[in-house]
Design a protein around this ligand. Sequence first.
Ligand code: NAD
Length: 357
Amino acid sequence: MSHFTSSFAVQFAPVRVRFGAGIRAQVSEEIARLGRKRALVLSTPPQADAAMQMAQDIGDLAVGVFTRAAMHTPVAVTEEAVAHVLSVRADCLVAIGGGSTTGLGKAIALRTDLPQIVVPTTYAGSEATNILGQTENGVKTTLTDARVQPEVILYDAELVKTLPVGMTVTSALNAMAHAVEGLYARDRNPLSTLLAIEGLEAFAEALEKVVASPADLEARGRTLYGAWLCGTVLGQVGMALHHKLCHTLGGSFDLPHAETHAVILPHAIAFNARAASRELEPVVRIFGGPEPGIALYDFARRVGAPLALREFGLREEDLDKAAEIATSKPYWNPQKVTKQDIATLLAAAWRGDPPAF
Ligand code: NAD
């Protein structure tokens, strides 16, 4: 079925994307291609060894390593990193890691306009967007700016192979959430819909294989392909209720990013399916089920995803406040959002029940 609509707009950023097991060995070539000579390698503390190895592999083209990237891109860390960039006179960035490391690279690029080469090790998809979330004084703000869009992405299945199975599953559902919300986005276009469907199919085909055999490079490569497609959808179109709820739960209750996405997805989609069942039809076709929320809930259960928010320290008495915050500012959503409905949705997600809608 064609996804043509009689009127739409599409914008693609000029990004170079390469796939392949072992492709990280091409980072030097990519630095040279950008006309750069002094790369600063970025990572989180747990991935410092991977960053050191990358710097060693790059050899003379590496001028240092900064390994203090942290979740939600704290501005204080970015300022330290920018000082480091200036002190070593770096002329490009190599980010190896998940969304936290990519976020640091983007935050530095926003302030310095340095080009970024990203080597993703999760499925978060941040590398494919011009969006940056930053945290200062406990408040997370999100901006969109062409300077934060990474110039080069190298997807290496060998790197994502080390992602523990639990994180693999939650990170994959985080990626899938971009595509599922992209299907009903108000500003969707035929290409974003195609990308979303192809991305969801990649996860539907490969995620269970990865869970069964985490070192299966073909399946890992396919899930990375899904991550790229889903991340590209996130960069193309606006998100709605699902992302809003996860942002609230992460920002105000300090819930972990990917896990929160994994738990909320079936509930938010079941809620929105009442207004967007036609747009969500690919979800039912790809994952099987009577309706999209149940299809995603069953898929999440099959791959061993966490199902209950209470597993992450959220207290039952916080649900009302969460519903209040999540509905305090109006935003576009296919289904009308009320505090009462969101409280019902969150209560089911807190208990780990199937979607309430
Ligand atoms: P993350 O980058 O924080 O990674 C989680 C942990 O896993 C870290 O300790 C990391 O070092 C470790 N890790 C990563 N890859 C690994 C691997 N292959 N093997 C072993 N350990 C590994 O988590 P994430 O879910 O990738 O990213 C979350 C962050 O990204 C959030 O801050 C979120 O807001 C942001 N994000 C931004 C966008 C955007 O477009 N701006 C999109 C998605 C996510």
